[in-house]
Design a protein around this ligand. Structure first.
Ligand code: C2E
Ligand code: CA
Ligand code: CA
Length: 505
């Protein structure tokens, strides 16, 4: 898991994500644009073709009304002569297919019916274009019939309505187009729908100015492209969100991966701060304080990385490496370091019950002869309060010769008597308290209480963060055995620590 993360270079990952995102966005935008233009040109085409159909219909209806008017007003003749004239008229028109003259519903002359054929006049409304199925054609076909009444006389003309579709060059959209006459709908297959209810928003409607006819185009069907546009927009949004998440993920995991990279590159190095006897005559040992030799940010103090290392649990492998590195740094100087010399490691809450820690301690100690280098684990007061099996854990460590120090003592605001249940070797008074010695009276009392408590429990006391002689004097007077602080030395690398040691010797 860790090494997988390490392989991903943070900056190159971001660049790749951005490039992919830009390409995808550009691709989608070009699809969107082309779909948009296609959609617009579809609409333009549909409008033109529909208007063409409408003007043809207008023309046909003009023709029908004029012809019917002319015939009904002409003097009636015998059918033979009249039929001849009627056929001539049909021939001269573009749209009229048949003409029929009736008297009281009985055909007197027709280009389609035999004379004496009876027509049910109730089926027709005079002076109105009727969209009907012709009863007399086999198979039944949709026609538009127009008739005009004068006294007992009626003149009928028939227009072959489906021809309008055939003549319209609107093949692409023909399935979505309807001709509507007096609210009766005709589709291109010749099917008629009576009194259809529609949602007008979805239709492109072209109305005739002169007649109750319109051409309707199913906009929703044409508008399929709009659906594509919307799905593209939603895809784009999803993509955008995904990219955002990816970038956020990369950004959020960047410090963690940096830490991991540092671990793999052995950038975490030990600094040592000596702990000496309060009379300043001998050393007791040193505390190992981790530093990060960062390639870009320089030497970093623990405040910049320890809490992240704890949260990510990388502190476990970091401490492991630190222990073996400290061992290998001390080995060359082992003859110069006076024995016993106690080396303290800070242990975080997340690693105290890590099984490997015990093994790591054993490995560390195996490097040194007995009573040369001693190992101390510094465990904070709060960890004691939060761990249920601490007694057992400490026992395991102490069984292999590891010493236990309670670190940052006094900061946990706990009932100090809780320490009774543990066997603790060292107690480190937190530097907070030392810094206030001689400044705040109550603080002095608290330090005294801690010292007395430690003594009563046979613990060795280390005062952390001793910075001036007043503090040293105060601690000396109260019999504190060991001190650690800038008054004596600051954390330093192995070479500086060894020279400080030798100077003192
Ligand atoms: P700590 O365990 O309380 O360590 C003592 C801190 O006090 C060190 O800070 C040390 O440099 C500082 N110090 C010592 N004497 C003086 C003094 O006279 N005056 C002042 N102002 N400061 C003094 P550092 O090295 O920055 O470490 C801070 C904390 O980081 C440590 O506090 C410890 O909790 C943690 N830490 C350091 N190394 C490790 C590590 O390897 N593992 C873990 N888990 N934590 C570590
Ligand atoms: Ca410490
Ligand atoms: Ca401390």
């Amino acid at each position: 898991m860790y090494s997988f993360l390490l392989k991903i270079r943070y900056s190159s990952l971001i660049v790749t994500i951005l490039i992919v995102a830009v390409f995808l966005i550009m691709g989608l935008l070009s699809i969107l644009y082309s779909q948009y233009t296609v959609n617009e040109s579809y609409k333009e085409q549909v409008t033109q073709e529909s208007k063409k159909i409408l003007s043809e219909l207008d023309f046909a209806f003009d023709e029908a009304t004029q012809i019917v008017e002319r015939i009904i007003n002409a003097p009636r003749e015998n059918c033979k002569t009249e039929k001849y004239k009627l056929l001539k008229i049909i021939e001269s028109t573009s749209w009229i297919r048949s003409v029929t003259i009736t008297h009281q519903g009985i055909v007197t002359c027709s280009t389609f019916f035999d004379t004496s054929h009876k027509i049910n006049l109730k089926d027709y409304t005079s002076n109105t274009f009727n969209l009907i199925f012709s009863k007399y054609l086999n198979p039944k076909r949709a026609i538009i019939s127009y008739n005009l009444k004068k006294g007992d006389w009626d003149v009928f003309v028939n227009l072959p309505i489906t021809r309008f579709f055939k003549e319209a060059p609107m093949e692409k959209f023909i399935n979505e187009t309807y001709i509507v006459v007096n609210n009766n709908w005709l589709n291109s297959k010749g099917e008629i729908f009576y009194n259809r209810k529609i949602n007008l928003d979805q239709w492109m409607i072209f109305k005739s100015k002169n007649y109750p006819i319109s051409v309707l185009v199913d906009y929703a069907a044409i508008n399929k492209t709009n659906a594509i546009i919307w799905s593209s927009i939603s895809m784009l949004s999803i993509l955008f969100i995904m990219c955002l998440f990816a970038i956020l993920y990369v950004a959020f995991t960047a410090p963690r991966r940096d830490l991991l990279r540092g671990l793999n590159n052995n950038e975490f190095i030990p600094y040592y701060q000596l702990i000496i006897t309060a009379d300043r005559k001998a050393w007791h040992g040193a505390e190992v304080l981790m530093r990060w030799q960062h390639p870009k940010r320089g030497l970093l103090a623990p405040v910049h990385f320890i809490s992240l290392a704890e949260r990510t649990k990388l502190i476990i492998p970091m401490t492991q490496k630190m222990m073996s590195r400290v061992a290998s740094e001390l080995i060359p100087y082992i003859d110069k370091i006076p024995s016993p010399f106690y080396v303290g490691f800070n242990i975080s809450a997340v690693q105290i019950d890590d099984k490997a820690l015990l093994a790591n301690c054993k490995e560390f100690m195996a490097n040194f002869a007995p009573n040369t280098i001693g190992l101390v684990l510094e465990i904070t007061e709060s960890q004691f309060l939060n761990s249920s099996n601490m007694v057992k854990l400490l026992q395991d460590f102490q069984n292999i010769g590891v010493r236990i120090a309670i670190d940052d003592f006094g900061t946990g605001y706990s009932n100090l008597a809780f320490l009774n249940q543990y066997k603790i070797n060292h107690l480190k008074i937190d530097r907070e308290f030392i810094s206030k010695i001689n400044k705040i009276k109550q603080n002095g009392c608290l330090v005294d209480t801690i010292i007395n408590l430690a003594k009563s429990m046979n613990m060795h006391i280390v005062a952390e963060g001793v910075e001036n002689k007043e503090q040293l004097l105060y601690l000396n007077r109260r019999g504190v055995e060991y001190i650690q602080g800038f008054l004596f030395n600051k954390p330093a690398n192995i070479n500086d620590m060894i020279s400080a040691l030798l100077k003192m010797a």
